[in-house]
Write a protein that binds this ligand. Structure first.
Ligand code: THU
Length: 133
């Protein structure tokens, strides 16, 4: 599956977003090296702080099914028709810092543009398990 197809899969996940408060839908798809895909969408709550982002739901789904960072080929994260692609929030970057390999492609799209980045690029000088040694 190429990045364009992976973005298409992430848009399928976006359809399942539960975002009645922000009306801002995010979809994500994790592609594993064996071809397995895991989907995630943002899920909000009347207690706003209880919302979970789409990309975190997708990567947690992969981990919950036994996949680990070395098994993951790429993740796509999409928003629908926004002016710019949606970069992951700070909490999601911290989660990716732990759960993705440094160079794993993070593919962002708003349906028009595609940006390919990785966690080293978007979370430099991170705090990680290494700092706990
Ligand atoms: N959101 C995501 O799903 N991913 C991000 O990286 C940024 C924000 C969601 C959370 C909330 O449901 C909505 O977008 C507005 O913040």
């Amino acid at each position: 599956m190429d990045y364009k197809e992976l973005v298409k899969e992430a848009f399928k996940a976006l359809e399942n977003a539960y975002a009645p408060y922000s009306n801002f839908k995010v979809g994500a798809c994790v592609l594993c090296k064996d071809g397995t895909t895991f989907y995630g969408a943002n899920v909000e709550n009347a207690s706003y702080g209880a919302a979970v982002c789409g990309e975190r739901n997708a990567i947690f789904a992969a981990y919950s099914n036994g996949y680990r960072k070395e098994d993951i080929k790429a993740i796509a994260i999409v928003t629908n028709g926004t002016k710019n692609v949606g970069y992951p929030c700070g909490i999601c970057r911290q989660v990716f810092c732990e759960l993705l390999e440094d160079e794993t492609p993070i593919v962002l799209s708003n349906g028009t543009d595609i940006v390919i980045t990785n966690i080293i690029e978007i979370l430099p000088n991170s705090f990680s398990s290494k700092d706990l040694e």
